[in-house]
Design a protein around this ligand. Structure first.
Ligand SMILES: Cc1ncc(C[n+]2csc(CCOP(=O)(O)OP(=O)(O)O)c2C)c(N)n1
Length: 202
């Protein structure tokens, strides 16, 4: 079941990318299991009521992997599957990077890397202050973690005891300009996050 869903999502992504001659298929494929697990097994969301107050929020900070998110959102019923055919097309409904106005289920606009965890931390803090049980999950690329703003947010979140915030790193060990640890070595990456106060290894 899980593998079948992942396979069908990857098939949709390949079709979208082929039709639009677009790039980043590696990052789209590596995030597939992460997003399928969250959307099909973990998140409290309702496609019929996409803005319900107590929903869990997923932020895809590595927004160049938007096709995977689009394919999953359409499979969950947030919008018709035909919209996938317009990905990255002039006049189409689904842009290359994420636009929160483009379709239901897209919680924030991203494209410039390094912002998702800060946005997520703000949302998690707001939920906590309003006693809203909604959790926030942020998906980051390992290359994205080269950005200083990621570490600012990583300091901020534990300081505010944001137990409702989860950072998930798509640890595929590659980024645009080469192997992640050749561009900037982040090892031991889990220990770094742990030392900032992130304490669960999924
Ligand atoms: C601030 C910023 N710098 C550069 C880019 C261009 N860019 C798009 S994807 C990418 C590689 C990101 O690598 P990683 O975060 O590891 O993502 P993945 O390998 O999972 O696709 C870069 C540098 C960008 N979108 N934003």
């Amino acid at each position: 079941m899980f593998e079948d869903i992942c396979k069908s999502i990857r098939r949709d992504v390949a079709k979208m990318m082929h039709k639009s001659y677009s790039s980043h298929i590696g990052g789209c494929y590596s995030v597939t299991e992460i997003l399928v697990t969250l959307y099909f097994e973990i998140l409290n969301i309702d496609p019929k009521n996409p803005r319900k107050d107590d929903r869990d929020i997923l932020l895809l900070s590595k927004a160049h992997s938007s096709p995977t998110l689009y394919a999953i959102l359409s499979k969950k019923g947030f919008f018709p599957k035909e919209n996938l055919d317009t990905y990255y097309q002039d006049g189409g409904k689904l842009p290359g990077h994420l636009d929160k106005e483009a379709a239901p289920g897209i919680e924030f606009s991203f494209g410039s890397l390094g912002h998702g965890l800060s946005v997520g931390a703000g949302m998690a803090l707001a939920n906590k202050r309003m006693n809203n049980p909604g959790r926030v999950f942020v998906i980051l690329g390992d290359g994205e973690c080269n950005e200083g703003s990621v570490w600012e947010a990583a300091m901020f979140a534990p300081h505010h005891n944001l137990s409702n915030l989860t950072a998930v790193i798509d640890y595929n060990k590659i980024q645009s300009f080469g192997a992640t640890n050749e561009v900037i070595n982040q090892e031991p990456i889990f220990d770094k996050w742990k030392s900032f106060g992130f304490n669960r290894r999924l």
